[in-house]
Write a protein of this length. Sequence first.
Length: 279
Amino acid sequence: MPDMLAPGVRWFDDWFAVREIAPGIHAIGEPRFHQINWNYLVVGETRALLFDTGPGVRDISVVVKALTQLPVTAMPSHMHFDHTGNLHRFTDVAMADLPLLRAFERDGVMQEPGNLFLGHYEGMTWKPRAVQHWWPPGHRIDLGGRVLEVIATPGHAPDHVALFDEANDVLLAADFLYLGALYAQVPGSNLADYERAGQQLLTRLSPATLIFGAHGMPDGNGQHDAPQLQMSDLKALLTTLETLRESGDRPSRVEVNSRMYLLIGPHAYEAWQSGGASI
């Protein structure tokens, strides 16, 4: 098992791998899952927050309890099945306060969010979950000595958010930016949103901001590590989107750089054609 992991990453058990990527921020990886999910536990002085919970193939709450004894809030970056699979294992759950998510709330319980879930692709079923917190974009989550800001980052999905730890200059970008294939071919993907959200991130982040995504890929030695990106990757994505928009071409795949490429469905181009983004 150790040969699968890069130096600094350790196995928690035979499924989950863990690395502290910054003081108080633990990346919890699932390198044996075909999508190679990475979830992030951010620990403050009084509370902790788990950003994304994985597909639910295995119980991530066991890992979380081993890493912190503080009360934990679980929050998904968006509703896709591979990010919400363990939400039901947590007693304190937060959601991005967006109208399209509120529409699926019934008496304080989040019901299956339609095409925002996509569990049918892999036989996953939604487990209704009570929601204790609704945090809108711009909300600052105070964990005690550490603050995370909720940032709207649609593009991959219309309900997608990222978390920004400005004091430590770390962005948890989830599915907005990661290594490998960036999905803009799934229902709700929107290239106009992708471009606008990326432009807004550029105004907030510094040249030294560390960016961590929600999916990884093995390196040249076949080893797994938390997927770390740089501002140059975000700029490459924006350059690619701008070039694509101005060209008028509509490919289903386009290279971003040596680390990323976009998979694009015809529907993702529609907002460009109609002249608007949702943010």
